[in-house]
Design a protein. Structure first.
Length: 98
């Protein structure tokens, strides 16, 4: 992947550079994959969404452009190694489960 200095951000745990968006997406979608704020920053460059990151009830970071909407994430852990969960409005969760 090229552009905007993302090569430093898009390295796996072994230090190998993710060379495609698909590989990055596949690796980061695995269960028990931990990330940092850098991963959300990279996602904001790759995907057409604004990402809002919340921790302990407060908005702590915003990345990307809301070309196709906003995605909200709940972050637990420290900034170097934590876990992100998607925050979904109750009515949207009900509609998607039907």
């Amino acid at each position: 992947m090229n552009g905007k200095g993302l090569s430093v951000l898009l390295r796996g745990a072994s230090g190998v550079l993710y060379v495609t968006k698909r590989l990055y997406y596949t690796e980061m979608s695995k269960p028990y994959t931990y990330g940092s704020i850098c991963e959300v920053m990279a996602a904001g460059e790759i995907f057409p969404y604004k990402f809002q990151v919340y921790q302990d009830g407060s908005l702590i970071a915003v990345f990307g452009d809301a070309l196709q909407g906003t995605r909200r994430l709940w972050f637990t852990g420290n900034f170097n190694k934590g876990h992100f969960d998607a925050l979904v409005p109750s009515d949207e969760a009900i509609i998607n489960s039907i």
